[in-house]
Design a protein. Structure first.
Length: 244
């Protein structure tokens, strides 16, 4: 594999793990368009998957005492279904349509959460019905574009979680996405041993990014955290819609 791709993957690991530890999301949407310049989209998704799995695993370990396990089990079935569907259609699915749907979903929930923050009213209901469709959409988006975390994060904003528990639980969901995705990619022949080898140099960068991201998270007040999170999800949604 070219040295430039290995270096790009290493830089992507730093950004993805920092974003995951700081906010829980954002790494895939930041780095995937850049990685797509080095390889065809399907290959970029497949060969970046081990790096994203490593980033989620490191962040999962860092926040292991801040995971809402009942909430995690609520999301995993949908993630599994979406991952299976996405793996089968990775090479043929119209990515523009998928970006449009995912961006629209994420943007809709961003607007709702923004209104909630402005009005300062707590969410009263609707959390359980949100989890299933957006967890399926997240698993699908993860296998097709490596940006499933953004979709699931929109649903998890409707949960009553403090910022550390939000980041910890979301990284646990993303880790499950990565496990399903890697397994399916191997079964489908979408990723080969060189993909895992290319991800090895990114591991040190993943640890550094995770360490920096957790410290950034600790410096944010709860209100600022949610505003930053809504801003990142909103910007990511617009990127998806414009990309479509």
């Amino acid at each position: 594999m070219p040295l430039g791709w290995v270096l790009a993957l290493t830089a992507a690991g730093l950004v993805a793990s920092f974003s995951g530890a700081a906010l829980g999301i954002g790494g895939g949407l930041v780095v995937m368009p850049l990685l797509g310049l080095w390889l065809p989209p399907a290959e970029a998704v497949a060969y970046a998957a081990p790096m994203f799995l490593a980033a989620s695993a490191v962040n999962f370990a860092r926040y292991r005492r801040r995971i809402a396990w009942p909430l995690l089990w609520r999301y995993i079935p949908g993630v599994a279904v979406g991952s299976v569907v996405g793996a089968h259609f990775l090479q043929v699915a119209p990515s523009s349509i998928i970006r449009l749907v995912m961006g629209g979903l994420a943007l809709a929930f961003t607007i709702l959460e923004g209104l909630r923050l402005v009005r300062r009213k707590p969410i009263q209901a609707g959390r359980r019905w949100v989890a299933w469709p957006l967890s399926v959409a997240g698993g699908l988006a993860s296998t097709l574009t490596n940006i499933g975390g953004t979709v699931v994060s929109a649903a998890m904003l409707t949960e009553s979680l403090t910022q550390a528990w939000y980041v910890g639980t979301l990284n646990a969901v993303m880790l499950s996405m990565g496990v399903f995705k890697i397994g399916l990619f191997v079964l489908e022949g979408l990723i080969r041993p060189r993909g895992f080898v290319a991800a090895l140099p990114a591991i040190p960068a993943v640890f550094v990014g995770s360490w920096l991201g957790q410290r950034f998270n600790q410096r944010l007040s709860p209100a600022m955290f949610r505003w930053v999170l809504v801003s990142v999800i909103g910007a990511s949604s617009l990127m998806l819609l414009l990309g479509a």
